[in-house]
Each structure stands twice: as structure tokens, then as C-alpha cells.
Design a protein around this ligand. Structure first.
Ligand SMILES: Nc1ncnc2c1ncn2[C@@H]1O[C@H](COP(=O)(O)OP(=O)(O)O)[C@@H](O)[C@H]1O
Ligand SMILES: [Mg+2]
Length: 341
């Protein structure tokens, strides 16, 4: 069927063209930068390299992550986790959000609100249990993280925000955060309903009825306002640059195609593709080990496929380096290749 190919290709169409450097030069308004893709492909590496490159161009840059693996700490060789913004070099700051800390703060906030709103002395045990249980759920963790991200981005202190994404599945979940927040709101609503079951609480609510309802409603509307602001940033075609990292392998390309379709569904604009870990063609000499020459040929096949399906949307090809990318020297080398024109 002819429909199949067209159907697959449509979501891969993107806004960018030429080189990554050109995209940044031609679109200074795209201040929210994200690299997406499966785990281990090079998202953190390219986030750091892009942050480095932009900072060198004189822009004030924040690269931040919610990855509990503390990968920015690894790549910058600095202890960043849970420390707030850490200055890496001129114009460049990095931050790793400690989700657990934020969840704890979240719980405290909820406790305080319950105590304030219902004029209690302390949170009843049953409700405390509920708060603990709710906090163990992924939605709670995601929304705590999301809140921290919103704080960073809404602060508006930097020219560029580079969001070092967790692997694709999570990223997609993250991008549908508005839905996650809705869940959270449902939980609060649910909590309110549950509280009706506690007699002393019911007495309080009855006494101060309407005022309490307004307060809760106000709180929910505030949260909704923040969700909207934040999800607007993510899907804002003007201000967001979302790049996919791929490597020349069959599985990765298939997954990426699927992901691109998902992103299109979430209306996330794709800024282009970066191909990582390309084996240098000059290694394909006569005396090259079979293992190596086979891999290079295999890559070549997928590189051709990438070029024919994505064409101009491929903004950079970064070679396989002789070692992991850690430390500013390696980051600089990677940046030079990532932003080569
Ligand atoms: N072009 C490359 N050459 C050599 N090592 C690389 C290259 N790109 C990434 N790496 C290494 O691969 C590992 C995974 O990269 P990373 O950026 O952490 O992936 P992700 O953030 O997508 O999970 C890291 O150890 C990184 O240093
Ligand atoms: Mg990473």
C-alpha cells in the first residue's frame, strides 16, 4: 500500500535545515532546547556540548536535568546533584534536580495546606497515610519534578535553557505532563472527598463551607495556570527546539520513527536530527579487521537510509570518539563536531 510510506514520513518532516549551527543562528528565539532519544545515545553529551557552544558564543546558558543518575555531574566532573545552579564556566550553569527532595517539600506543602485550610493542629494519620501512598506513585514524582522544572524555566534568567531529557519514554510522559497534573488535581479532589469521611473534618468544612471551597478552587486554578504556562513552552514552535539523537542502527531508527509520530501527536515541534557514534569511514582500509569493516558497512547502509528519509533535517554527524565524553576538553571537541558547518 502506498499509504504506508507516506504515513510514516509525514511526522518526520521538521522545521530545521542545514546545520545545527545554522539553526541556532537563524532562530535565536528558540531558547528552550532539548535532545531526545533512547537511553545511551548521547542526549546528555549533546546537551552539554550545546550548552558549552552557546556559552562560548556569549549567551547565558542553563543546562539542567531531572535524571537521578546525576549524569551532568559525570560529564562536567563536578558534584552538581541537588545543589541548585552550579557555575561551570563563563556563561554556563548546570543544575540537577533532586526529585526526592522536591517530593518531600511537596508533601510538606500539602500537609501545611490541609492543616491551614481545615484549621487542624496536625494531619490525621489516615490522611498522612494517604499522602505517603500518593507520593510513592510515579505521577507524584513526575509532578514534583515538573514543578521544579517550571521554577527554573519561569525564572527567565537565562538566554537558553537546555533540558537534558531522560530516555524517550519518560520524555513522552513528561511532554504529556498536563495530563499528569490533571491526575494530581484529581488526587487532591479525591482527597477532599475522602476527607468528607472524617467526621471532625466534615464539621469544619460545614462551618466554614464556602470559603474553603474557594481556597481549594483557587489553588487548583493556580496549578492549572502553571501547567498551561509550562506545556505552552514545550509545544511552542517559536521558542522550542527539540532535536532527536539517533545512531545508525536499525532498532534505533525504527524506534525514532515511532517516537517522532508520538511527538507529532503531542504537537511537539521537531527541530531536526543529530546522528551520533558514526564510525570514521577512513578506518575502512584493506587491512581493517572484518569486525570493524562489517560494522562500518552496516552503518553506511543506515546512514544512507537516514539521509534518504530525513535529508536536510539531519543537522550533524558526530563520530565515535576514542573514549567517553567527560570533562570540558572532550565536551569542547564534541561541540566542534556537533556544530561543524
Ligand atoms: N560520539 C561518542 N563517542 C564516544 N562516546 C560517546 C559518544 N557519544 C556519547 N558517548 C558516551 O556514551 C555514553 C552515553 O551517552 P549519554 O550522553 O550519557 O547518553 P544519554 O544521555 O542519551 O543516555 C556516555 O558515556 C558518553 O560519554
Ligand atoms: Mg542522559
Amino acid at each position: 500500500m502506498s499509504g504506508e510510506k507516506g504515513g510514516n514520513e509525514a511526522p518526520l518532516r521538521t522545521l530545521g535545515s542545514g546545520s545545527l549551527a545554522a539553526v541556532f543562528r537563524e532562530h535565536p528565539e528558540r531558547r528552550y532546547v532539548m535532545f531526545g532519544g533512547k537511553g545511551g545515545l548521547g542526549k546528555t553529551t549533546f546537551s552539554a556540548a550545546t550548552a558549552f557552544w552557546l556559552a562560548r558564543q556569549g549567551h547565558k546558558v542553563m543546562v539542567f536535568s531531572v535524571d537521578p543518575q546525576a549524569s551532568l555531574s559525570d560529564i562536567f566532573q563536578r558534584d552538581i546533584f541537588g545543589q541548585g545552579p552550579v557555575k561551570i564556566m563563563d556563561n554556563l550553569w548546570a543544575q540537577e534536580i533532586d526529585a526526592d527532595k522536591h517530593i518531600a517539600e511537596y508533601q510538606d506543602e500539602i500537609r501545611k495546606k490541609i492543616v491551614d485550610m481545615y484549621g487542624m493542629e496536625r494531619v490525621p494519620d489516615e490522611i498522612e497515610d494517604y499522602i505517603q501512598a500518593a507520593s510513592a506513585e510515579p505521577a507524584m514524582e513526575e509532578s514534583a519534578i515538573f514543578d521544579a522544572v517550571v521554577d527554573i524555566v519561569v525564572g527567565g534568567e537565562y538566554d537558553y535553557y537546555i533540558y537534558d531529557l531522560v530516555p524517550l519514554g519518560h520524555a513522552l510522559y513528561y511532554l504529556s505532563m498536563a495530563k499528569v497534573y490533571d491526575e494530581w488535581i484529581n488526587k487532591i479532589t479525591h482527597l477532599r472527598e475522602e476527607m468528607r469521611g472524617y467526621e471532625e473534618v466534615v464539621a469544619k468544612i460545614r462551618r466554614e463551607g464556602e470559603v474553603e471551597e474557594d481556597k481549594i478552587l483557587g489553588e487548583l486554578q493556580y496549578i492549572r495556570g502553571r501547567i498551561n504556562a509550562a506545556s505552552r513552552i514545550l509545544v511552542d514552535r517559536e521558542k522550542t527546539a527539540f532535536f532527536f539523537v539517533v545512531i545508525p542502527e536499525e532498532m534505533v531508527l525504527a524506534d525514532t520513527r515511532q517516537a517522532a509520530e508520538m511527538f507529532a501527536r503531542f504537537d511537539v515541534p521537531i527541530g531536526g536530527y543529530v546522528v551520533n557514534r558514526v564510525l570514521p569511514a577512513e578506518l575502512l582500509t584493506e587491512g581493517a579487521p572484518t569486525f570493524l569493516s562489517n560494522r562500518i558497512r552496516m552503518q553506511r547502509r543506515y546512514l544512507d537510509q537516514i539521509d534518504s528519509t530525513l535529508g536536510e533535517q539531519v543537522l550533524a554527524r558526530v563520530p565515535e570518539l576514542e573514549r567517553d565524553v567527560t570533562g570540558l576538553d572532550m565536551i569542547e571537541r564534541t561541540a566542534e563536531m556537533l556544530f561543524m558547518e
